[in-house]
Design a protein around this ligand. Sequence first.
Ligand code: CA
Length: 216
Amino acid sequence: MRILVVEDEHKIASSIKRGLEQEGYAVDVAYDGEQGYDLASSESYDAIVLDLMLPKIDGLTICSKLREEEKHTPILILTAKGFLSDRVNGLNTGADDYLVKPFAFEELLARLRALLRRPKNGGLARLVYKDLELDSVNFEVKMSGKKINLSRKEFALLEYLMRNSGKIVSKDNIIDHVWSYDADILPNTVEVYIGYLRKKISGLIQTVRGFGYKLD
Ligand code: CA
């Protein structure tokens, strides 16, 4: 799952990024509205955390521009305390939820997970593929009922493969959804992580030569 955070306060932006990366998400940060809008409209994200008061382009404008362009990425708005009209405007321009600053990271995480689980995002809390079960809320994976221990990255990779089971996903697709933009990932790294996963869940991940991988 890849998240875009648009926030001009560097301290808040980096603490959100750090927290989400620890939870296994890939996170890109934009520090002004223009960069945020450019990334949101050109890259593919699973959700956007959007501050409202931003240099260059404000959050509400970004939100309505994206919706006009038929971009339906879930948006969680961050708004300063007391700006009730901002919240109402935010939801009217097509944001999915809002959070009032200051907020606890746990609350941000809970709301983001709720957005990512919405059916229109293909998001189910519990994914099942053959005898493999993945619970994205409790970060648990079981194979034939037996718990398997995965690192956060292995978990994120498996979740991405399971959400796309039966489809071929390329290494680039995987890099885009599992790693952050600044992570400097090489296609080799994907192979290494696929290798780790194969050791833990044998027989399910197929290599499609020249294209990528498929859970089948
Ligand atoms: Ca701000």
